[in-house]
Ligand binder design. Structure first.
Ligand SMILES: *Cc1c(COP(=O)(O)O)cnc(C)c1O
Length: 397
C-alpha cells in the first residue's frame, strides 16, 4: 500500500504526539497535570444542554440535515453578529454553519488553492492553516509573529514574487498560541493589503468572547471593506464550552462562503439538527455564561502568571484567549523545557515549536484546567524554584 504524496508532507497532528507521551506516563501510574490542551473544562451551559435533549427527542431532527444549515441558525448567527459587532450579514449567502470551525478552516484551501499557489500562514500558529494548505497541494509561506511587533505579522517584508502567487492570507486574533490581540487599525491595513494583492483574507476568531479586564476584542469584519476581501471563522467551542458538540461558522464574503458550501456539500451532510438548535439557543439567549467563564479564566490566568514570574519564567497576562505564552528559561530550548517539566514535575505544556519555528523559546500553558489540578500544578512549579539549578544541570548534562 502506498499513501498519497500529499500525505508525505502532512505532519502528525501536534496533540497526537503529546497524548502518546502522556499515555505512556499514566500507564506507569504517574499523576500528570496537563496544561497543554485548549479545551474548556467547564460544562456546556444548562439551557444549551436542555435544548439538545429536547431536540434529540424530536423525530424531525433524526433525518439528514442540509449542508447550509437551518435557516433559523443562519438567522441567529446574523443576529448575534449584529448585536455583538454591529455587522450586518445576509443569512442567505454570507453565513455557513460548520461542523466545528476546524473542518471549515481546513477545507477552505480546497476552494481556492491549486498546486503551486501560496498561502500566507502566521508562525507560530494553529496547525490547521498549514494542514489544509498541504492537503490541497499548496505552498505555505510563513509570516513570523515576533514579540517586538506585538505578534502581528509584518506584511511589508513578504517578497513580491511570493505575493504574486499568493491566494490566501490567514490571521488569528485573539491569537492562539501567543495570546496577542489585534485592533481595528491592523485589520484595516490587512484589508488594504488584500485589495492590493487580490488575496482572500481568512480571519480565524474563535476567542473573540474569551477576554479579560473588560477588554472587548474586535471582529475583522468591522474593518472598512472587510467583506469585499475576506471571511471570518468563528466557533461556539470556546465561547460556550461546546468543543464536544462540533459547531462553528464562517461568515463574510459571499463568494468565498458559497465556495466552501459547494465543497462541503460534496463532503458532508450538515450538522446534526439537535446541535444546530443548541447553537441557536446559545446565540439567542442570555450571554451571562460567558462573563462567568471569563471570570474563572481570569483568576486562573493571574495565578499562573504569578507563579511563572516567581520562578523566573517571563510571561505577560494576555488580554484575551485561553493561553499563556511563556518564555523558556535561559539555556533551554522549548522542547528541552517541555520534556523537563514532564519528566521531573509531571506537568505537560506545549512546546512553542509545535506551532512553528518562531515558537522556539516559548511554551504554551492553557487555562482550561480544572482549579484543583491547576493548584497542584502550580505548587509543583513553585517547589521547582528551589532546586531548579540541580534540575537544569541534570537535563543539560
Ligand atoms: C479552538 C480553535 C479553533 C476551532 O475550534 P472548533 O472546535 O473546530 O470550532 C480554531 N482556531 C483556533 C486558533 C483555535 O484555537
Amino acid at each position: 500500500m502506498r499513501t498519497s504524496r500529499r500525505m508525505d508532507n502532512l505532519a502528525p497532528y501536534l496533540f497526537v504526539e503529546i497524548n502518546k507521551k502522556i499515555a505512556a506516563k499514566k500507564a506507569l501510574g504517574e499523576e500528570i497535570i496537563n496544561f497543554s490542551i485548549g479545551d474548556p473544562d467547564i460544562p456546556t451551559p444548562e439551557n444549551v444542554i436542555n435544548k439538545i435533549c429536547q431536540s434529540a427527542n424530536d423525530p424531525s431532527n433524526h433525518r439528514y440535515p442540509e449542508t447550509f444549515g437551518l435557516p433559523e441558525l443562519r438567522q441567529a448567527i446574523a443576529n448575534w453578529y449584529k448585536k455583538r459587532f454591529n455587522i450586518i450579514l445576509d443569512p442567505a449567502n454570507e453565513i455557513l454553519p460548520l461542523q466545528g470551525s476546524k473542518e471549515g478552516i481546513a477545507h477552505m484551501a480546497l476552494c481556492f488553492i491549486d498546486p503551486g499557489d501560496v498561502v500566507l500562514v502566521p508562525d507560530p500558529s494553529y496547525p490547521v492553516y498549514t494542514g489544509g494548505t498541504v492537503l490541497a497541494g499548496g505552498e505555505v509561506y510563513y509570516m513570523p509573529l515576533l514579540q517586538k511587533n506585538r505578534f502581528l505579522p509584518d506584511l511589508g517584508v513578504i517578497p513580491e514574487d511570493i505575493l504574486r502567487k499568493t491566494k490566501i492570507l490567514w490571521i488569528n486574533y485573539p491569537n492562539n498560541p501567543t495570546g496577542a490581540v489585534a485592533e481595528i487599525d491592523f485589520f484595516n491595513r490587512v484589508v488594504e493589503f488584500a485589495r492590493k494583492y487580490e488575496l482572500l483574507v481568512c480571519h480565524d476568531g474563535p476567542y473573540s468572547e474569551v477576554a479579560f479586564d473588560d477588554y472587548k476584542p474586535v471582529s475583522f469584519l468591522q474593518a472598512e471593506g472587510a467583506k469585499d476581501v475576506g471571511v471570518e471563522f468563528h466557533s461556539l467551542s470556546k465561547s460556550y464550552n461546546m468543543t464536544g458538540w462540533r459547531i462553528g461558522m464562517v461568515v463574510g464574503n459571499a463568494e468565498a462562503v458559497q465556495a466552501l458550501n459547494t465543497v462541503k456539500s460534496n463532503l458532508d451532510s450538515g450538522i446534526p439538527q439537535a446541535i444546530q438548535y443548541a447553537a441557536i439557543e446559545a446565540l439567542n439567549n442570555s450571554q451571562e455564561a460567558i462573563d462567568k467563564h471569563n471570570a474563572i479564566y481570569q483568576r486562573r490566568r493571574d495565578l499562573v502568571i504569578e507563579v511563572l514570574n516567581d520562578i523566573g519564567v517571563e510571561a505577560k497576562p494576555p488580554k484575551a484567549g485561553l493561553y499563556i505564552w511563556a518564555k523558556v528559561p535561559e539555556g533551554y530550548t522549548s522542547i528541552e523545557f517541555t520534556n523537563d517539566l514532564l519528566d521531573n514535575l509531571g506537568i505537560v505544556v506545549t512546546p512553542g515549536t509545535g506551532y512553528g519555528a518562531h515558537g522556539e523559546g516559548y511554551v504554551r500553558l492553557s487555562l482550561t484546567i480544572p482549579d484543583a489540578n491547576l493548584v497542584k500544578g502550580l505548587s509543583r512549579l513553585s517547589a521547582w524554584k528551589n532546586d531548579k539549578d540541580k534540575f537544569k544541570a541534570k537535563v543539560r548534562k
